[in-house]
Design a protein around this ligand. Structure first.
Ligand code: MN3
Length: 199
């Protein structure tokens, strides 16, 4: 399977004012497209050609760094677009909210810790809500890494590379993370990934 760039699940201007049309045009059409194109060039002739995106991510980790970087970022961005929606944020669906309370000390504590993970990821990377050994956990990873290569399944991730926020927030990464969690997250999609990850 070759990588393909998915369309955004909403219009380029649909996430304004929290994420601008300009940011989405650059982020999706230039950055994500580059991971897809470079990833496909690196996949050609490799032993992972024909595997699923997840299999390429796991199979290249620690073995083929250039391929891993691009496959990891392709996987991360496929989900990143779906983890947001217009008029996002708001109430967390009941079953997931209960699990957040049980494993992470409640919604407010979870939000604080998620933002903190994103703020303290030094340089480029991601912060995550993931399922590991049946429990919810907050993680952060550098560059294109994700929870898949650390024995966990991501159910929500926020891109903290500067290309994700610098046009709209300049250096104010904490403000971007707060807007993401309060106004952009598609919790229905997070809950769907949570039930799939819990099977
Ligand atoms: Mn990005």
């Amino acid at each position: 399977m070759t990588f393909t760039l998915p369309d955004l699940p909403y219009a380029y201007d649909a996430l304004q004012p929290y994420m601008s049309k300009e940011t989405l045009e650059f982020h999706h059409d230039k950055h994500h497209a580059a991971y897809v194109n470079t990833g496909n060039n690196l996949l050609k002739g490799s032993e992972l050609e024909g595997k699923s995106v997840e299999e390429v991510v796991k199979g290249s980790y620690g073995k083929n760094q250039p391929l891993f970087n691009n496959a990891g970022q392709h996987y991360n961005h496929i989900h990143f677009w779906q983890w947001m929606k217009p008029k996002g944020g708001g109430a967390i669906p009941g079953s997931l909210e209960r699990k957040i309370k049980e494993d992470l000390g409640g919604t407010e504590k979870f939000k604080e810790d998620f933002i903190q993970a994103g703020v303290t990821q030094f340089g480029s990377g991601w912060c995550w809500l993931a399922v590991k050994d049946g429990k919810l956990t907050i993680m952060k990873t550098p560059n294109g890494e994700n929870p898949l290569v650390h024995g966990a399944k991501p159910i929500l991730g926020c891109d903290v590379w500067e290309h994700s926020y610098y046009i709209d927030y300049r250096n104010r990464r904490p403000d971007y993370l707060k807007a993401f969690i309060e106004n952009l997250v598609n919790w229905e999609h997070v809950e769907k990934m949570y039930s799939e990850a819990s099977r």
